[in-house]
Design a protein around this ligand. Structure first.
Ligand SMILES: Nc1ncnc2c1ncn2[C@@H]1O[C@H](COP(=O)(O)OP(=O)(O)OP(=O)(O)O)[C@@H](O)[C@H]1O
Ligand SMILES: [Mg+2]
Length: 249
């Protein structure tokens, strides 16, 4: 197994010394192998987004190391950091984060444009990923003209077009109706079957049931790890519900 993400003893404290501080992460360690689909669950405020933002290199840990594709990302700065993020990380947010003044195709193309890829290759790669995510028909539409589920597929296409080392999702189904959520999760499972590595933050047990392994965060540390193994999705869903029940106590 190739380890693509390694998080070691990561802590995150918000706020300056002598001010009110919040210890969001208190020494958290885990690894993700290539091709895994890992879920992160935990109550509101348990540190899920903090962790994902650190993995996305959008924020830095207070202490500890984060290695992605053998690079310690906590040491990267400036242009190097931006370049690394653009090449290695795909990110899908709850609220899509599409640029309203660009068409779907133009939104998807943004990461490649930033890398200076030539127009003819961009066009080809946008068409390819759009086909993969079933959004070919809406490529020339603007975000305001398409549904939430379609918007999230456009965001997923934008995240995947650079063929990142890992796809990170922070509640990507949070703003979707149940049918669109299920479609997106099915697509994520298909992508994962094609070796895309995925880390999904969610508080929804149904979404989490698509993962192969779930890390439960409580009070800034990993409280428990659950492996799906040979369980079918419904059985796994029930197991997740049981654990969430015990976590609340
Ligand atoms: N920028 C910030 N400044 C200060 N405190 C913060 C900041 N961001 C998060 N926190 C605090 O850190 C803790 C963890 O927050 P985080 O957003 O990671 O939780 P979460 O698990 O993603 O919650 P949710 O499920 O509600 O999205 C919380 O106590 C939160 O108030
Ligand atoms: Mg959050």
């Amino acid at each position: 197994m190739t380890e693509i993400v390694a998080v070691k003893e990561v802590t995150k404290t918000y706020g300056k010394k002598n001010e009110q501080q919040t210890q969001a992460l208190k020494g958290l360690s885990f690894a993700v192998d290539k091709g895994e689909f890992v879920g992160i669950m935990g109550a509101s405020g348990s540190g899920k987004s903090t962790l994902l933002n650190i993995l996305a290199t959008l924020d830095r840990p207070t202490s500890g190391t984060v290695t992605i594709n053998k690079k310690d990302v906590t040491q990267l700065k400036g242009d190097q950091l931006a370049e690394f993020r653009g090449a290695e990380i795909g990110f899908i947010f709850q609220d899509f984060n599409l640029l309203e003044s660009l068409t779907a195709a133009e939104n998807i193309a943004v990461p490649l444009s930033l890398q200076g890829v030539k127009a003819s290759e961009i066009k080809e790669r946008v068409e390819q990923i759009a086909k993969r995510l079933s959004i070919t028909e809406i490529l020339n539409s603007y975000p305001a003209e398409i549904s939430g589920g379609q918007k999230q597929r456009v965001a997923a296409a934008r995240a995947l077009i650079t063929q990142p080392t890992i796809l990170l999702g922070d509640e990507p189904t949070g703003a979707l109706d149940s049918k669109s959520a299920r479609d997106l999760l099915d697509t994520m499972a298909e992508l994962n079957a094609e070796e895309v590595s995925i880390l999904l933050v969610t508080h929804d047990p149904f979404s989490a049931s698509y993962c192969q392994r779930i890390l439960f965060i409580k009070d800034g540390v990993i409280h428990q790890e659950l492996v799906r193994g040979t369980q079918d999705r419904l059985t796994f869903y029930q197991t997740i519900l049981e654990i969430l029940g015990t976590l609340e106590q």
